[in-house]
Design a protein around this ligand. Sequence first.
Ligand code: ZN
Length: 257
Amino acid sequence: MKVSSFCLLSATLAVASAAVLPRQQLANVYTSCAVEGSVALTFDDGPYIWNKEIVDTLNDAGAKGTFFVNGYNYACIYDDDSITRLQYALASGHQVASHTWNHGHLPTYTQDQLQTQFSLTNDALLKTCGILPAFFRPPYGEYSDLVREVAAQYGLGLVNWDTDSGDSVGATVEQSEGVYTDLANRHPSTILVLNHETYQTTAEQVLPFALDALKKAGYTNFVTVAECLGMEPYQQKTQPGSRDDTWTCAGTPAPGS
Ligand SMILES: [Zn+2]
């Protein structure tokens, strides 16, 4: 009797929770800015050692950038250095968004694995920086409907790009600068560029060149992705937490796996 009551209760609960679950939507995909004249420079794969130099260069130029960061890639997001970098970028008004936990190929993942990617990264950003991001960028720009569905469960919009500086796929400094020269000459009404904060040449050569070339071409509105879309950057903003035993990359999916 007890067993059957339990089963009935379980069945009732199962039906009830299914009934109250919202129908899952697909995360919106953004590949270009919406605000006329806006330029969004984005930097992936950090937080890493060139982060502060990039932030300082942007600050000196009166520009804002967006950092799509991993939990566990070039460094662990819970390292003191990583937290310092992220908090410095945020304090300067730049946007921090998710680039997933360990930079894998999302379309090859199961729903559970995708949930792990988004929850670990969102949790880490909330704990270390007090932000719950509203945007993510899939590694390699790769996504599927399942990726979009799970991202939507975590309140994340998907941001790719309309221009690739090529720094992560073997472009020389001259070639990356050529990408920006071409943008300056073509003068599109909005610009959303993919760069990577993990290259010294991007930080010290390409970025200063890009800011100069685009300013000379008449662009003045160098903003975050959220600003260029006219949206909020974070689902939640609060105070960072205090370090405890959960602030670790140990036991989580390893970089690139
Ligand atoms: Zn990446």
